[in-house]
Design a protein around this ligand. Structure first.
Ligand code: GDD
Ligand code: MN
Length: 403
């Protein structure tokens, strides 16, 4: 039993405080009546819940949201990134029992912020709340958030752990410290006046949000910070305190990639105004790679006394290996390869890079042996041409998948 509908035998009061369509059968509303009631009253408040592997939590989320928002016309939208644990299937079954439950299932995509943005874009409701699926956010605050936004004509109401009675609740001390550091970094560098810019629990007036959505970065976890800085701190905002709870079921998805993306977001919103951050990082990592390559080439030539082509080959493969392991470290925890799969992946990576590597060696060898160019110029030019080829191949491949 999925535990719904929650509102009485025929569940009528779930759809708001309207009188029944057919007063004679007040206690025996039919499915058709329910649907008509729903169609009569389009939802005014949507609750967007991003999910990745949250199967054991979502039913409880629906139950609690239904309880708190009873009497209001609401809907709940799960935005699931094709969770392997079957979250979307369960959300679909919940939706068959209650039309106010919907699920957007994204295939081949990942990302908390972009999931929230898509959820907000998918609804016609005037007000949209965003809340995690793991029950860490206090759904009891939803009604007050909604009423405050309407009453005071606000654009954004944030559930904050740092105003009034708000708190981290049972969050482990190390996570609290990390979170404080990230908050400090965000507020100082981006000059926001929010007490809790990291909060993933907030409510927006959709019309205002849509005016800025196109310019948001949509990367990583920090959608709120992204929104507020994109809107240039010009929103009418209130913060309401809440106690954060411990995660109910499952695991947190915060990992090194999330932290990295947070730094990217900060760069994007600061120096990004003057220089595209991707370009900057591409240049920076290219520089580090080139210096590293030359160092290995030099060691190969001098300490190992290898011939030029062998030393260049060694440097290329060491750099490739390092590249592979760093990439693997920084991908989403659930897609990270381990053990034998990690080695298999390395083999495939070598294979994929080998046309570039062959070109690299051909060019470097031709320049060094054929034209008498000095070792480091020959080595570097080989790397640069190969990097250009690899970059083109990779972007073509990525565009194929996402664009
Ligand atoms: N669709 C989708 N895609 N959902 C995701 C993804 C993703 O790639 N990653 C995480 N989620 C969902 C989770 O299923 C959960 O419902 C919610 O986003 C938050 O993820 P958690 O893994 O529970 O994150 P957290 O508890 O570490 O971080 C939360 O609290 C922080 C404050 O300490 C988030 O709300 C952060 O935004 C918030 O800053
Ligand atoms: Mn969480």
């Amino acid at each position: 039993m999925l535990g719904m509908p929650a509102g009485g035998k025929c569940g009528r009061q779930q759809y708001g405080m309207r009188p029944p369509m057919n007063p004679i059968c007040a206690n025996a509303t039919t499915m058709a009546d329910e649907t008509r009631n729903l169609a009569d009253r389009p939802a005014v408040l949507a609750v967007v819940v991003p999910t990745f592997n949250e199967r054991d939590n979502i039913e409880e989320v629906v139950r609690r949201v239904g309880r708190v928002l009873e009497g209001l016309a609401w809907e709940i939208i799960f935005v699931d990134d094709d969770s392997p644990d079957g979250t979307a299937e369960l959300a679909g079954r919940l939706g068959q029992l209650d039309a106010r439950v919907r699920c957007i299932r994204r295939i081949g995509r990942r990302g908390l912020a972009s999931a929230c943005i898509e959820g907000i874009c998918s609804t016609h409701c005037e007000y949209v709340a965003v809340m995690d699926a793991d029950l860490q956010h206090d759904e009891g605050l939803l009604r007050e958030m909604f009423e405050r936004t309407r009453r005071d004509g606000l654009d954004l109401v944030i559930g904050s752990r740092f105003v009034g009675e708000g708190s981290y609740g049972e969050m482990p001390p190390l996570r609290q410290k990390m979170s404080r550091l990230a908050t400090w970094l965000g507020t100082t560098l981006l000059r926001t006046r929010l007490s809790d810019p990291m909060s993933g629990f907030f409510l927006v007036r959709r019309e205002t949000f849509m005016r800025h959505a196109g310019r948001m970065s949509g990367k990583g976890f920090k959608i709120l910070l992204d929104y507020v800085t994109t809107a240039d701190n010009q929103l009418k905002i209130a913060e309401l305190p809440y106690h954060m709870r411990a995660r109910q079921q499952g695991q947190s998805k915060l990992d090194t990639l999330v932290l990295w993306e947070y730094l990217l977001l900060i760069c994007d919103k600061t120096i990004g105004r003057f220089l595209p951050v991707r370009f900057l990082f591409f240049g920076l990592s290219g520089l580090v790679g080139a210096v590293f390559h030359l160092a290995v080439l030099r060691v190969g030539l001098t300490a190992l006394a290898l011939p030029f082509l062998a030393a260049q080959g060694l440097a290329v493969y060491i750099a490739m290996t390092l590249n592979y392991f760093t990439n693997n470290r920084f991908t989403y925890a659930d897609r990270r390869q381990r053990g034998i799969k990690l080695l298999g992946g390395l083999g495939k990576f070598y294979l994929a890079c080998s046309p570039g590597a062959a070109l690299n060696l051909t060019i470097a060898g031709y320049l060094y042996y054929g034209e008498g160019v000095t070792w480091w110029v020959a080595g570097l030019l080989g790397v640069m041409v190969a990097a250009g080829i690899n970059y083109t191949l990779v972007s073509a491949n990525t565009l194929d998948k996402n664009g």
